[in-house]
Design a binder for this molecule. Structure first.
Ligand code: PGA
Length: 252
């Protein structure tokens, strides 16, 4: 059975104290995780150790970094590499978020390097893909996402792909209050799974968790997660409020 995952992407929000309060409130919110369900908290780098510590003894709860360097090590002031993240027991890393692509100029090639280095150091990538509004309007979103997969992920051998989670995040739905409809999300997720099946075969495709991201909230989570190929969500704004995020987790 493939994993159902709800991941919180705090982005550049919260102080350490606020983050700790949020995690504690979440742990007190009565979330029950079956063995195939996971909650992932993508906290800012300086909080990863503290959040990991708070999650100790809570099976099914994991930490993620929101980014990782595309270089191995050395003179790259301000960067954090995969080996460092692994050394503090980070479980996942978000790679290729549209904010990284758009605001920090990350190309498919750079993202591919981040994927490789993360896997080499035992981090599980949450690989983000998704189209901007003009692409959706032109109805060329499938080709757009296929290219992202092709250029950043499909060089991996099957035994590495099994450690990857994909997050489909249409850019026009991120932080905008606009959500893809449940049908739009399911269609794209089925397309992505089909692409993976064509490249790796039905087994690896069936095993892959594909999350939806873009204005997920308690009020729409159940409907979106009902899609047969929607295995959970990557949640930004709504992950900053414990009660709201807990409701989303309960919807998987
Ligand atoms: P949002 O962000 O839930 O605030 O739209 C999602 C994301 O960027 O991962």
């Amino acid at each position: 059975m493939r994993k159902k995952i709800v991941a919180a992407n705090w982005k550049m929000n919260l102080t350490l104290t606020q983050g700790e309060q949020l995690v504690n409130a979440l742990l007190d919110s009565g979330i029950q995780l079956d063995t195939h369900k996971e909650v992932v908290i993508a906290a800012p780098f300086p909080y990863l150790i503290a959040v990991k510590e708070l999650l100790k003894g809570h099976p099914g709860f994991y930490v993620a970094a929101q980014n990782v360097a595309s270089e191995k090590a050395g003179a790259f002031t301000g960067e954090v590499n995969a080996e460092m993240l692994h050394s503090i027991h980070t479980d996942y890393v978000i790679i290729g978020h549209s904010e990284r692509r758009e605001l920090f100029g990350e190309s498919n090639a750079v993202i591919a390097k981040k994927v490789d280095l993360s896997l080499a150091h035992g981090l599980k990538p949450i690989f983000c893909c998704g189209e901007p509004l003009e692409v959706r309007k032109a109805e060329t979103q499938n080709a757009y996402v296929a290219k992202q997969l092709e250029e950043s992920l499909f060089h991996l051998p099957a035994e590495q792909l099994q450690h990857v989670v994909i997050a489909y995040e249409p850019i026009w739905a991120i932080g905008t209050g606009l959500t893809a409809s449940a049908a739009q999300a399911q269609d794209m997720h089925a397309f992505i799974r089909g692409q993976v099946a064509a490249r790796y075969g039905a087994g690896p495709a069936d095993h892959l968790s594909i999350l939806y991201g873009g204005s997920v909230k308690a009020a729409n989570a159940r409907e979106i997660f009902a899609g047969a190929d929607v295995d959970g969500g990557l949640v930004g704004g709504a992950s900053l409020v414990a009660k709201e995020f807990a409701e989303i987790v309960k919807a998987i």
